[in-house]
Design a protein around this ligand. Structure first.
Ligand SMILES: Cc1cc2nc3c(=O)[nH]c(=O)nc-3n(C[C@H](O)[C@H](O)[C@H](O)COP(=O)(O)OP(=O)(O)OC[C@H]3O[C@@H](n4cnc5c(N)ncnc54)[C@H](O)[C@@H]3O)c2cc1C
Length: 434
């Protein structure tokens, strides 16, 4: 049994590694403005992208966050940018029909393009690169499934992925733990902390006012809008945008019944030698695998260390406990890292949904976009922007995610009592490849 404390560097921090270069902003208004056209609740990617659009449409816009700005998932994630949509084409087609299935997958691709275009146009320095993803098959059966899917084309929706057999795998990744895998060349990577900091700068220069450490406690409807009670005073707003994703709470019971908050956990290793990094990670691709309880990982943008994430416990836990468990998984893939210590370990709360799709729209006058199911780095900005345009009256809600049903379940009110048995079941299925 390894000595748990020896796994941590002396300078270990239970906080995101990204915060070393992009610390949480500290300057804050002490009061929230009393009146505004648009109030956005939540200062992550969704909220800030929405705010940029409403401010640029000429509307006075205030963004509040219960914690320091960007405290949520938007500065805690793995910085992997994918096409964001979890269900397969077949599953989407069975449920919604061919046309809607194609629209959903196309929006997934559009979300990736949106973030790349936004970052380029706004000149945000955040190490965004289209590096591609290697998705490893954790069993031979999963490799066959990936290969079958890769060989198919769906009219109206083409991908350009290719298979990597096991005997060529080391050109992608220094492990034999996978049975080969698939490369999606268009997926990208970003420094999420720098992306958020750049986005915040863009929002402020568009005229958005931001108020950190300001929790919204109640939304009261009036005939010409809303009054929102916050911990820094009340604010009257014509429009309110809810951008709280995995931290959605009692403020918005309708949304809360529809999202399942789940912790996702990450570690950063200490610096590793360049030669070892090049051997284990010969490319800059982002990595993930076919498990239902997926592991996602990558080299840091400067290739100094490895960032490794996943779900390692049945119940939510402390980063000091999740860190060693993630380390065990990292070493299972790369035995050479057994002596490499953990410099940072952290967690954040993502929002799953009952159909594993994201959703946006308007309920009872409140605009919302949420439920990214752990894949919001591209999609949150894409849907946030669309939401801002809709709230400003510049565009209709055109996203397919606003047109499909946002399902809820009986006896679910926002506390996922079924989480531990579900995680145990997924773990068993991964193990037995069911
Ligand atoms: C460890 C981890 C790794 C991840 N890795 C990836 C990845 O590699 N790729 C990917 O695509 N996605 C990833 N994700 C998910 C991704 O980060 C999120 O989908 C995305 O950041 C969601 O952005 P958001 O703006 O909607 O929510 P958030 O950034 O979570 O912001 C929501 C904010 O709402 C605030 N809030 C909540 N309630 C209130 C209230 N009542 N009043 C005021 N403020 C409130 C919260 O304080 C929070 O700051 C990861 C998430 C985690 C936790």
């Amino acid at each position: 049994m390894p000595d748990r404390d020896a796994l941590f560097t002396p300078e270990f921090k239970p906080a995101p590694w990204w915060w070393e270069t992009s610390p949480r902003p500290t300057e804050d208004l002490s009061n929230v403005p009393q009146d505004t056209d648009v109030l956005v609740v939540g200062a992550g990617y969704t909220g800030l992208h929405a705010a940029v659009q409403t401010a640029r449409a000429g509307l006075a816009t205030v963004v509040i966050d219960a914690q320091a700005l960007g405290w949520g998932c938007s500065t805690r994630n793995g910085g992997q940018i994918s096409t964001s949509v979890k269900p397969s084409f077949d599953r989407l087609r069975q449920h919604y029909g061919h046309e809607t299935a194609v629209s959903i997958l196309k929006e997934g691709q559009a979300s990736l393009d949106h973030v790349a275009t936004f970052v380029r146009d706004e000149k945000i320095d955040c190490d965004l690169r289209i590096v591609g993803r290697f998705h490893g098959a954790h069993t031979a059966k999963q490799y066959d499934t990936l290969a079958r899917e890769c060989g198919r084309t769906h009219p109206g929706f083409e991908t350009d992925a290719w298979m990597v057999p096991r005997d060529q795998q080391r050109s992608e990744l220094g492990t034999d733990a996978y049975f080969g895998g698939i490369v999606y060349p268009k997926h990208g990577s970003v420094d999420p902390g720098k992306y958020h900091a750049g986005l915040l700068r863009v929002a402020k220069s568009a005229g958005v006012q931001t108020v950190g450490n300001c929790a919204a406690g109640a939304v009261i409807r009036s005939k010409d809008g809303f009054t929102v009670e916050t911990t820094k005073g009340s604010v009257r707003a014509s429009k309110v945008i809810i951008a709280t994703n995995g931290y959605t709470g009692a403020l918005t019971p309708w949304q809360r019944r529809r999202v399942i908050p789940i912790g996702s956990y990450m570690i950063a290793t200490e610096n590793i030698p360049a030669e070892l990094m090049d051997r284990l990670f010969p490319t800059d691709r982002i990595l993930s695998d076919t498990r239902r309880l997926v592991y996602y990982y990558r080299p840091s943008p400067d290739r100094s260390r490895i960032l490794f994430g996943g779900r390692v416990s049945l119940r939510e836990t402390d980063p000091r406990r999740s860190g060693p468990k993630l380390h065990t998984e990292l070493v299972r893939l790369f035995p050479e890292l057994a002596e490499t210590r953990i410099s940072h370990s952290w967690a954040g709360t993502v929002a799953f949904t009952f159909d594993t799709l994201m959703h946006c729209g308007e309920d009872n006058g409140l605009f919302y976009a949420l439920g990214y199911c752990g894949s919001g780095v591209g999609m949150a900005g894409y849907l946030g922007s669309k939401l801002g345009l809709a709230a400003a009256g510049v565009e209709e809600q055109t996203s397919t995610f606003s047109q499909i049903e946002f399902p809820k379940r009986p006896l679910y009110y926002g506390v996922p009592w079924f989480l531990a048995p579900s995680v145990a079941w997924y773990r068993l299925r991964d193990h037995l490849d069911l």
